[in-house]
Design a protein around this ligand. Structure first.
Ligand SMILES: Nc1ncnc2c1ncn2[C@@H]1O[C@H](COP(=O)(O)OP(=O)(O)OP(=O)(O)O)[C@@H](O)[C@H]1O
Ligand SMILES: [Mg+2]
Length: 311
């Protein structure tokens, strides 16, 4: 099926290269923690309607870059446009409202709330919570109905509707990954940024998550995801960006990237030459260890994501 990611055919595999129809353009984004320059990015454009993978060694700055762009971590400098709208210095909820939503490397769920309530909490613009809106219940009732309908439809779509009234804490790690993706869609975003959506999930569920990502892309959503498993990256990506020491060291098609000497040196860990899809990079499937992403929306940040069963 034709998708906008295919517009990338013919784009030069060069770090910082312009895209035919970028949905996100980021320039000079820098973030240091003490002496560590976590993000040191000159320029990156993300093609609308494609699946872009963000790869790179542990500590390369992938999660911190996501945090900066989505308002969870203030960068030291930088500017970025999403759909032509400048988003730097906006708090996370305003970034979300602009249509850019992220998920976390460690799944975030309120374990003592039902799955459905976790979904509803992810909906933006909860008008009923505002004093003035609550005086005019008609408007927020309509919105609440919309949110409920959307939540039910998404739970159905992701195969976890049977869990709707269960505590989120009773879900398997894999089911939580599915809920995390479903929750991100509650805000009806134009782009989702998934931080290691497949980490620690079993192979059957990886296939299901990949299927969902493809479907979302084919429906017009832009997808950016962080991934260590090169089989997955090769399989699904329209474009791959490699970060090391906070910088974009290479970008290109999956084929270009698998042959790029800088990527092989910094990440894939093999001698120069072609890397086949079944060679794993060093550090692949490393345990989760997000460096201090602030808890968003009151998440409890629990769940090491291991030992789940198929949802
Ligand atoms: N809140 C923080 N305080 C101090 N240092 C941090 C913080 N968050 C990240 N770092 C550091 O910044 C660097 C980039 O970390 P980041 O988590 O962004 O890397 P990553 O590419 O997501 O790695 P991984 O693949 O392991 O998830 C690392 O050196 C990390 O230790
Ligand atoms: Mg990370």
């Amino acid at each position: 099926m034709q998708n906008d990611g295919q517009l990338l055919t013919g784009v030069a595999p060069e770090a910082g290269v312009g895209k035919p129809d970028p949905i996100l353009v980021a320039t000079d984004v820098r973030k240091a923690f003490g002496g560590i320059q976590a993000v040191d990015l000159d320029h990156l454009e993300v093609q609308r309607g494609g699946i872009t993978a963000l790869i790179g060694p542990n500590g390369a700055g992938k999660s911190t870059f996501f945090n900066c762009l989505t308002g969870f971590e203030p960068p030291d400098s930088g500017r970025w446009h999403f759909e032509g709208q400048p988003l730097q210095r906006l708090p996370a909820h305003k970034v979300a409202r602009a249509g850019m939503i992220r998920t976390f490397q460690l799944t975030k769920a309120l374990s003592k709330l039902s799955v459905l309530d976790n979904m509803l909490l992810a909906a933006p613009n909860q008008k009923g919570e505002h004093f003035l809106a609550s005086l005019y219940p008609g408007s927020w009732r309509k919105q609440e109905q919309h949110n409920r309908g959307l939540a039910e439809a998404l739970l159905e779509r992701f195969g976890i509707a049977h869990m709707r009234d269960e505590y989120a804490g009773t879900m398997s790690g894999g089911q939580r990954k599915l809920m995390e993706m479903a929750r991100a869609l509650m805000a009806e975003p134009r782009m989702i940024m998934l931080d290691e959506p497949m980490s620690g999930v079993n192979p059957a569920l990886v296939q299901s998550l990949l299927g969902h990502m493809r479907e979302l892309r084919d429906e017009g959503l832009t997808v950016v995801f962080v991934e260590h498993d090169m089989d997955v990256v090769m399989d699904i990506s329209d474009w791959v960006v490699c970060l090391a020491d906070g910088r974009v060291i290479a970008e290109g098609s999956p084929d270009d990237i698998s042959r790029n000497p800088a990527v092989i040196d910094a990440y894939l860990g093999a001698a120069h030459g072609d890397v086949t899809a079944d060679e794993k990079p060093q550090g692949a499937n490393a345990p989760d260890g997000e460096g201090g992403a602030p808890g968003a929306n009151g998440e409890d940040g629990s769940d090491p994501d291991h030992g789940e069963s198929t949802a």
